[in-house]
Design a protein. Structure first.
Length: 107
């Protein structure tokens, strides 16, 4: 894949914008990125049965606080790991995955 991010930018606290070397850009909400976390634990969680609608999920303090991105670290030349404010940082987001995620948000 030849397209590279040229700029990573947080917009306020709740959105991330990536500018790409092909002059396009993608925008994500932090929640959207977190929900798309590709690590094994999160994939397993998404596969699990959704909780019963009459049962309110119990959120930990970290989960209930507004979600933020604290940092993004390049992994090799093809991916980023994202450090979320809920303490989660095991997801490796490939550039391809980020491009796909951002498709719907393109202007
Ligand atoms: Zn994860």
């Amino acid at each position: 894949m030849d397209v590279r991010p040229t700029k990573l930018e947080l917009i306020g606290q709740e959105r991330l914008r990536i500018e790409w070397s092909d002059a396009t850009h993608s925008e994500y909400t932090i929640r959207q990125l977190r929900d798309a976390c590709p690590c094994a634990t999160c994939r397993e969680k998404r596969r699990a049965e959704p909780p019963s609608p009459t049962e309110l999920p119990v959120l930990s303090a970290a989960e209930a606080a507004p979600l933020r991105v604290l940092g993004m670290k390049p992994v090799g030349s093809y991916a980023y790991s994202i450090q979320f404010s809920d303490g989660h940082n095991t997801g490796i987001y490939t550039l391809e995955h980020l491009r796909q995620l951002g498709t719907g948000a393109a202007e």
